[in-house]
Design a protein around this ligand. Structure first.
Ligand SMILES: [Zn+2]
Length: 253
């Protein structure tokens, strides 16, 4: 069975380095990755990049976080344009998996009204809390577009064949989840923000602000165990890693 994985280049964001690695000074500019997995039973998107509305309406979309982030979102970095590079239309996507519901991971959800959204139940609940929305941490304008939402409580094997498995990696947020993709060429773990950078995993250096530190460390140990078992880890926001892998239209595998 042939499975293809494409890395989609959805722009860059710049924020305080301390927000990625506690104690670091200055700012850090990081990529905004999303991924397409083409499986014989259908296409899956893991995260959807930035909301095109950020170009004209950033203050409203980010609310209290507006001043914290600079956005570099060139034409062609939208999720639909990135999918087109791989020859896929948004209507071809059967499942959208959101690692979590921060603005740089679900901003393109509106392109997929007919897909099923796969999100962790705890994330879905957190993202609907009025105090979290008032703080700018979550905005329903990013993620509230799917006719069908499947809320997970744990692992989920999307096609039932062990090739694309969603698993919980909480700590960054209440319901963060990662994705394991198993191919003939080996396993790849799309870690997303349970592991921002290679350094995060190598040194267990956490960001300054996390939902729960103990959960995040546990998730990092889980990712380390998968790495030890031979999986390649794809970090959430690591420029060096991102620059080194092929991007759509080229497949990673
Ligand atoms: Zn992120």
């Amino acid at each position: 069975m042939t499975i293809r994985l494409f890395a989609l280049d959805c722009g860059r964001v710049t924020g305080a380095a301390n927000g990625f690695l506690e104690g670091e000074s200055g700012t850090l500019t990081v990529p905004v990755p999303a991924y397409l997995i083409v499986h014989p039973q259908g296409c899956v998107v893991f995260d959807t990049g930035l909301n095109p509305g950020l170009r004209t309406d950033k203050a409203a979309l980010l609310g209290k976080l507006d001043a914290d982030w600079q956005i570099d979102f060139p034409q062609g970095a939208e999720i639909d344009a990135q999918l087109a590079l791989a020859g896929v239309k948004p209507s071809d996507i059967r499942y959208v998996v959101n690692s979590h519901l921060h603005y740089d991971h679900c901003g393109g959800n509106a392109f997929f009204p007919d897909a099923t959204l796969i999100v962790h139940a705890k994330e879905w609940r957190a993202a609907h809390r009025p105090n979290m929305q008032a703080a700018g941490i979550y905005n329903p304008r990013d993620f509230e577009h799917m006719a069908s939402v499947r809320e997970l409580e744990g692992e989920f094997d999307i096609f039932g064949d062990g090739t694309i498995v969603v698993f919980p990696t909480p700590g960054h947020t209440p319901g963060h989840q990662s994705l394991k993709v198993v191919t003939e060429a080996g396993a790849i773990v799309l870690a997303a923000d349970c592991c921002y950078l290679k350094r995060t995993l190598d040194t267990l250096h956490l960001p300054a602000a996390v939902y729960k530190r103990d959960q995040m460390l546990e998730s990092l140990h889980h990712i380390r165990a998968l790495q030890s078992a031979g999986a390649r880890i794809f970090f959430g926001h690591d420029s060096e890693f991102w620059n080194a892998i092929p991007k759509a239209p080229l497949p990673v595998i």
